[in-house]
Ligand binder design. Structure first.
Ligand SMILES: N[C@H](C=O)CCC(=O)O
Length: 429
């Protein structure tokens, strides 16, 4: 067991002034028990906690740190931007630079609106879909997570699922009634909802890879089928790319899977570690947003110059180095294979889902292809795996329902250390 005296003392203080001691529920380690390490520093692929413990970080601030912590070019850009002021609430050149770069990298979009988080991006994209179609209902998938706006907290994944409450209190029933729930990788469940609600569905929103119930990749034909169903029923297809955007490929899931979306939402990744979000789409849709159109959405901090500087620098590097995508995917494949081999050798029931630079172990003998399958994973084994990995200085998400993120900053030694740690922990199971 690692020494955690300082983190424990901080957690006790935190619990007195922050609900659960945290500012986002998944950080509280409720499902694995124990104390979260309070982090003080990150460099490249490593983080350090208040007790001086060093870890290889496979969370990466929940995805955005594709280049790792404290990338020198990103820090330099942030430092420069800060010299000129922290916020103007006015147009700046750098937000135009970021928007132009996003439009050049992502297929099928002409315009972008910056916001401050993935939650805001989704909330706004849903409003646009409703405004454009004149319809109210939205189809989402059980176990998918699209931030914490009211409509999206119906059967949500991520922290809501980790806490065992996929439906939050405080969501008006009238709002929840317009969120229709389908099953991931099950086109029939979507078709049935569309047919039962003719002319009423504004949009289908999907994580192209469901990465908030662990990692569940789309089966061949699933995303294509959603596109076809949207076209047939006059609904918009929204890809929530808060996790997959700029991580799967320069053009995100649309490029990786070759399926067109009508609206795309982005989150923390386009801030390179700073709080940013955005939604994007074709000109005819995006021009419906205020001030050019009747759909209102606003934000004082949207396009914040310091956040834009971090995001622009990370996106420029990713754009200039597409080989990063092949490299991070290979690392993730290697990790998944090592875990599968360890499980086979020690006869542990384990499925490792991996797609791009995302992976997740489920302790079950059956393939995991939808929400119901994720519920078969043995959570007690996940808990043992989690703490075993922590003892080996591997910082992974404290939840069965989050991804393991592989980044460009992970060295061969980091990946080997992960594989050896995972093999040892799985053998001990
Ligand atoms: N899956 C969530 C974000 O993508 C995890 C982060 C959080 O809820 O704090």
């Amino acid at each position: 067991m690692l020494t955690q005296a300082h983190s424990e003392a901080l957690f006790e203080r935190a619990k007195k002034v922050l609900p659960g001691g945290v500012n986002s529920p998944v950080r509280a380690y409720r499902s694995v028990g124990g104390t979260p390490p309070f982090l003080v520093r990150g460099e490249g692929s490593h983080v350090w906690d208040e007790d001086g413990n060093e870890y290889v970080d496979f969370v990466g601030s929940w995805g955005p740190l594709i280049l790792g912590h404290s990338h020198p070019a990103v820090l330099e850009a942030v430092g420069q931007a800060m010299q000129h002021g922290l916020s103007f609430g006015a147009p700046t050149a750098i937000e135009v630079d970021v928007a132009e770069l996003i439009v050049s990298m992502v297929p099928n979009i002409d315009m972008v609106r910056m916001v401050n988080s993935g939650t805001e991006a989704v909330m706004s994209a849903l409003r646009v879909a409703r405004g454009v179609t004149g319809r109210d209902k939205i189809i989402k998938f059980e176990g998918c997570y699209h931030g914490h706006s009211d409509a999206m907290l119906v059967k949500a994944g991520s922290g809501a699922l980790t806490g065992g409450a996929p439906d939050s209190k405080g969501v008006p029933s009238a709002v929840a009634a317009d969120t229709l729930i389908a099953q991931y990788n099950d086109l029939n469940s979507v078709r049935e909802l569309l047919e039962a609600n003719p002319g009423q569905v504004a949009a289908i929103i999907v994580e192209p890879i469901a990465a908030n119930m662990g990692v569940v990749p789309p089966e061949p034909g699933f995303l294509e089928g959603l596109r076809a169903l949207c076209d047939a029923h006059g609904a918009l297809l929204i890809f929530d790319e808060v996790i997959t955007g700029f991580r799967l490929a320069r053009g995100g899931a649309q490029e990786y899977f070759g399926v067109r979306a009508d609206l795309v939402t982005f989150g923390k990744i386009i801030g390179g570690g700073m709080p940013v979000g955005a939604y994007a789409g074709k000109r005819e849709i995006m021009e419906q947003v205020a001030p050019t159109g009747p759909i209102y959405q606003a934000g004082t901090l949207s396009g914040n110059p310091v956040a834009m500087a971090a995001g622009l620098t990370q996106l420029q590097i990713l754009n200039a180095h597409p080989e990063i995508y092949t490299e991070i995917e290979h690392k993730a494949q290697h990790m998944a294979d090592a875990m599968r081999q360890a499980a086979a050798a020690s006869q542990v029931a384990l499925q490792v889902n991996q797609c791009g630079a995302l992976l997740c172990p489920y302790f079950t003998s059956e393939p995991v292809r939808c929400f119901a399958d994720t519920q078969r994973s043995d959570l007690e084994k996940f808990r043992t795996y989690f703490w075993g990995m922590q003892d080996h200085h591997m910082y992974i998400a404290p939840s069965q329902y989050e991804a393991t993120f592989v980044n460009a900053s992970h060295t061969e030694e980091d990946i080997e250390a992960f594989c050896q740690a995972a093999a040892a922990v799985i053998n001990a199971l």
